[in-house]
Design a protein around this ligand. Structure first.
Ligand SMILES: NC(=O)c1ccc[n+]([C@@H]2O[C@H](COP(=O)([O-])OP(=O)(O)OC[C@H]3O[C@@H](n4cnc5c(N)ncnc54)[C@H](O)[C@@H]3O)[C@@H](O)[C@H]2O)c1
Length: 322
C-alpha cells in the first residue's frame, strides 16, 4: 500500500511509519515539525518520503494513495495551550484538507482521535457509545473540541461524500520518542526522576490513567487502516487502570531515583478517571494490548536515559494529555 501519515515525524506517527515500512508499504510523511522531529524518521529508507508542510494547506501530493493515517495535531498539553488557535484550526481545517484529499484519491482515512472527547467522564469505563462531558470554554477545550469537530467532519465525509473513514479514540500512550519535555505523565515523571528533581503530582494522586505502550497502539492503528469499511469509533488503549501516585512510585522504583514527590493543585477540568472499554477493538479488530506497564515503562526509561541530557525539561501546566 501507499500510505500518507500526517504527523508522521511525531511520537506515534514515527512508530507507525516504522511499522508500515517494515511490512513493505510505501509511506509519505507530511509534518510541519512543530512538535515532530525529523530525527524520529532516521535512517532514510527506501519507500519513505518526507514532506515538510502544514496539513491546513491544500495537500498537493501526486500519485495514488490507498490510505491516510491522520495524526497531525498538537497532543501535549503545554503545546496545545501555547498554541490554542493553531490547535483548533489544525483539527478543523487540517482534517478537512485530509478528507478532501482522501476523497480525490479514493483512499481510506483513519482519524487519530482521543479519549479527551470523553472529557471528565461520568461513565466508567468509557465505551464508544458515551457522548462525553467536555467543557467547551474550559482550558482543555482547544484540544478536546478540535477532536470532537474532527470526528464530526470525518463522519460527515463518510456519510455524504462516500469516503471510507475510520475513527480511533486513543487513550494515554507512552514509549520511546515521547519527548521528555512533552508534559505527559510518563515522560514527565521519567524526566524528573532521571534529573533527580521532584516528581510533580497534581491533586492527591488518586486520579487514574490507563497507559498503553506505543507498540501495542501502533498494532491497533494498522489493524484499523486495514479494516476497510470499519468506521468506528473504536477505543484503543490499555484498560489496566493506575493511580497517578502509583505511576510515580513505579517510575521511582524502575529508575532507582531518590526524587521526592511534590504535590500541586489539580488543574481545571483535569479528568479524574480514565479507562477504555476495549470490547469493540477486540471484536472488530481482534486487538488488545500485550505489553505490561513494567516492561513498557522500563523500555521508555532506557530510551529517555539516552536523551534527557539534551532535552530541556519544561514544567507542565497541565499534567496529562490523552
Ligand atoms: N500519544 C497519546 O497518548 C495520544 C492520545 C490520544 C490521541 N493522540 C493523537 O495522536 C496523534 C499523534 O500524537 P503524538 O502523541 O504522536 O503527538 P506528537 O506531538 O508527537 O505528534 C504530532 C505530530 O503532528 C505534527 N503536526 C501538528 N500540527 C501540524 C500541522 N498543522 N501540520 C502538519 N503537522 C502537524 C507535529 O509536528 C508532530 O510531528 C495526535 O493527533 C494526537 O491527538 C495521541
Amino acid at each position: 500500500m501507499r500510505i500518507l501519515v500526517t504527523g508522521g515525524a511525531g511520537f506515534l506517527g514515527s512508530h507507525l511509519t516504522d511499522a508500515l515500512l517494515a511490512r513493505g508499504d510505501d509511506v509519505v510523511v507530511l509534518d510541519d515539525m512543530s512538535t515532530g522531529n525529523p530525527a524520529n524518521l532516521l535512517p532514510p529508507r527506501p519507500g519513505l518520503t518526507i514532506v515538510d508542510a502544514d496539513v491546513r494547506a491544500p495537500l498537493l501530493l501526486d500519485g495514488p494513495f490507498d490510505a491516510v493515517a491522520h495524526l497531525a495535531s498538537p497532543a501535549s498539553p503545554p503545546e496545545y495551550l501555547r498554541r490554542p488557535v493553531f490547535t483548533l484550526t489544525t483539527g478543523a481545517l487540517g482534517t478537512q484538507q485530509v478528507l478532501e484529499f482522501a476523497a480525490r484519491k479514493n483512499a481510506r482515512v483513519v482519524l487519530a482521535s482521543t479519549s479527551e472527547v470523553y472529557g471528565d467522564p461520568e461513565v466508567h469505563p468509557q465505551t464508544e457509545n458515551y457522548w462525553g462531558n467536555v467543557n467547551s470554554v474550559g482550558p482543555r477545550a482547544v484540544y478536546d473540541e478540535a477532536k470532537r469537530y474532527a470526528e464530526a467532519l470525518t463522519t460527515a465525509f463518510g456519510d455524504s461524500q462516500g469516503v471510507d473513514t475510520g475513527i480511533v479514540r486513543i487513550f494515554n500512550t507512552y514509549g520511546p520518542r515521547l519527548r521528555p519535555e512533552d508534559g505527559r505523565v510518563v515522560s514527565n515523571f521519567i524526566a524528573q526522576a532521571l534529573a533527580e528533581r521532584p516528581l510533580t503530582i497534581y491533586g492527591d494522586g488518586t486520579q487514574t490513567r490507563s497507559l498503553c505502550y506505543v507498540d501495542d497502539l501502533v498494532r491497533g492503528l494498522i489493524a484499523m487502516i486495514d479494516a476497510r469499511g470499519e468506521r468506528g469509533p473504536i477505543n484503543l488503549g490499555n484498560p489496566v487502570e493506575m493511580s497517578v501516585r502509583s505511576i510515580a512510585d513505579l517510575v521511582l522504583r524502575l529508575t532507582g531515583s531518590s526524587s521526592r514527590l511534590e504535590w500541586l493543585p489539580l488543574p481545571t477540568d483535569d479528568p479524574v478517571r480514565r479507562r477504555p472499554d476495549i470490547t469493540r477493538a477486540a471484536e472488530r479488530l481482534d486487538w488488545q494490548p500485550r505489553t505490561s506497564v513494567v516492561n513498557g515503562i522500563g523500555r521508555t526509561i532506557a530510551w529517555q536515559r539516552g536523551n534527557h541530557r539534551t532535552a530541556p525539561i519544561r514544567p507542565a501546566t497541565i499534567p496529562l494529555a490523552s
